[in-house]
Design a protein around this ligand. Structure first.
Ligand code: ZN
Ligand code: FE
Ligand code: FE
Length: 167
């Protein structure tokens, strides 16, 4: 065990979420391709654009801290995305597949929201105000993406549930 300072822990976690975002940039096209609902694919596409920006935003913070993003692997996101791939293969029924995609995407958003909430707070306490507001901006976008997915799920999953009942 090493004796990390709070600031070192903060930078480590920034590296972790940077890897997570980068993995999501690579995974989102697969979710978009699997989606049948137009609304869902549009929402995911727009979030892909935002996710690319999240990576850039983190890079700005590394620069400001005079640190490198490094090679840290976010095991949590790796696991979430492995599960997402499994979920995608569970069904070829379009409405059921969409339900699975939404579920996988919302798990990711919640992981990101938890991380950004913590990091924003840490940044504030460490006196990195500009980094804190950048983290807040990303947190806001993750929350909006999550809410949008909830709205889509409400109408889209209704279709899946109705079809299920008929079978
Ligand atoms: Zn993000
Ligand atoms: Fe992680
Ligand atoms: Fe996100």
């Amino acid at each position: 065990m090493t004796d990390k300072t709070f600031e070192e822990l903060f930078v480590d976690e920034l590296r972790d979420i940077r890897d997570a975002e980068h993995r999501m940039v690579k995974a989102l096209p697969k979710l978009i391709k699997g989606a049948s609902s137009k609304e869902l694919s549009v929402a995911l596409k727009e979030h892909l654009g935002q996710t690319e920006e999240h990576v850039l935003r983190l890079d700005q913070s590394f620069e400001q801290l005079d640190e490198k993003p490094g090679q840290k692997v976010c095991e949590a996101m790796k696991g979430l995305l492995e599960e997402a791939e499994e979920l995608l293969d569970e069904s070829n029924d379009p409405a059921v597949k969409d339900a699975a995609i939404i579920a996988a995407a919302q798990k990711v958003e919640h992981y990101e929201m938890a991380t950004y909430g913590t990091l924003r707070e840490w940044a504030r306490q460490l006196g990195f105000d500009e980094i804190a507001s950048r983290l807040q901006k990303t947190l806001d976008e993750e929350e909006m993406a999550d809410k949008r997915l909830t709205v889509i799920a409400e109408s889209r999953n209704y279709v899946a549930a109705t079809e299920s009942r008929r079978k």
